[in-house]
Design a protein around this ligand. Structure first.
Ligand code: NAI
Length: 328
């Protein structure tokens, strides 16, 4: 039998945590033959709620779940971790300035990055879900100088999946026949969902749609503002769909992306497509042997160029702001 993989989940008692943990324990994160040990990290006030979730996990009698431990400090939470899902974050509250938001999250993701650096397993892979996800991932990575930067990623897979769903609704083609869609940039309202290289049932998506006005005025804002629309409708933010996207991201990272397709993930930029080197930006990516690779050689038209540049500019601003706070 295989040795269990240690999976640390922060914010385990939150709503994404509740949607995520059962799917991890059932084998959907890594594969149906991989046993997992869960390490739940919460703040002290939420440990009791995490214990309640752990009781429910026990009650599922998942064959692949080899153990659950609950921690209220990052040093213990990340000890021996092979996969870390950083979900817990400091949300923006009313009237909060960006600087305050970044400083508050620096106080979470800096120490977590250090704990990963000092205690995680050599093969550690980190996905940051908690917002502002891209910059939180950058902060954690900077605090973990001994861990390759490529192991720190942020989630734009929910945006990717939302874009596929919207394109499917527009074209009437099933989601499984939509390929090569890309989310560029930041997981924020400036993100750019790009269909110019996407395929709808084997045909170029932009040509099938043939409607730049729909792209600019409908598709892009619908995808970018979907989070707000969910809050408006549900009275709570996206949780199950966010957890689903986290599962997709890690599964593809570990097991590889399918031949003839790619996905979107925020990974450290190597300068490809003019994206400032070092920032954690969303790209078209494939995964092979457990490593993300940026898809190369795509032609970027003017429509796409200006939108990619705007989102990258926002990420550069966030990076500069956290640098100023001494977090990088
Ligand atoms: P939630 O508020 O229900 O849960 C957050 C949990 O994190 C709470 O239980 C809290 O106690 C815990 N937490 C806070 N600080 C912590 C720390 N230092 N260590 C460990 N745990 C800590 O929030 P929800 O709905 O689960 O969302 C979590 C995050 O995911 C938010 O930042 C949200 O903006 C983000 N998100 C990101 C998405 C993406 O596409 N990248 C999509 C949806 C949400």
């Amino acid at each position: 039998t295989r040795t269990p993989v240690n999976v640390t989940v922060t914010g385990a008692a939150g709503q994404i945590g509740y949607a995520l943990l059962f799917r991890i324990a059932s084998g959907q994160l890594l594969g149906a033959d991989v046993p997992v040990k869960l390490r739940l990290l919460e703040i002290p006030q939420a440990v009791k709620a995490a214990e309640g979730t752990a009781m429910e996990l026990d009650d599922c009698a998942f064959p692949l779940l080899a153990g659950i431990d609950i921690f209220d400090n990052p040093t213990d939470g990340f000890a021996g971790a092979n996969v870390a899902l950083l979900v817990g974050a400091r949300p923006r509250t009313k009237g909060m300035e960006r600087g305050d938001l970044l400083a508050a999250n620096g106080g979470i993701f800096g120490p977590q990055g250090k704990a990963i650096n000092d205690g995680a397993a050599d093969d550690i892979r980190v996905l940051v879900v908690g917002n502002p996800a891209n910059t939180n991932a950058l902060i954690a990575s900077a605090a973990a100088p001994d861990v390759p930067a490529s192991r720190f990623t942020a989630m734009t897979r929910l945006d990717h999946n939302r874009a596929i769903s919207q394109l499917s609704a527009k074209t009437g083609v099933s989601v499984s026949d939509i390929k090569k869609l890309t989310i560029w940039g930041n997981h924020s309202a400036t993100q750019y969902p790009d269909i110019f290289h996407a395929e709808v049932a084997g045909k170029n998506a932009a040509e099938v749609v043939g409607d730049e006005k729909w792209l600019a005025d409908d598709f892009i804002p619908t995808v970018a503002k979907r989070g707000a629309a969910i809050i408006e409708a549900r009275g709570a933010s996206s949780a199950a769909s966010a957890a689903n996207a986290a599962i997709d991201h890690v599964f593809d990272w570990v097991n590889g992306t399918p031949e003839g397709d790619w996905t979107s993930a925020a990974i450290p930029s190597d300068g490809s497509y003019g994206v400032a080197e070092g920032i954690i930006s969303s790209f078209p990516v494939t995964s092979e042997n457990g490593e993300w690779k940026i898809v190369q050689g795509l032609e970027i038209n003017d429509f796409s160029r200006s939108r990619i540049d705007a989102s990258v500019a926002e990420l550069v601003e966030e990076r500069d702001a956290v640098k100023e706070l001494g977090l990088l």
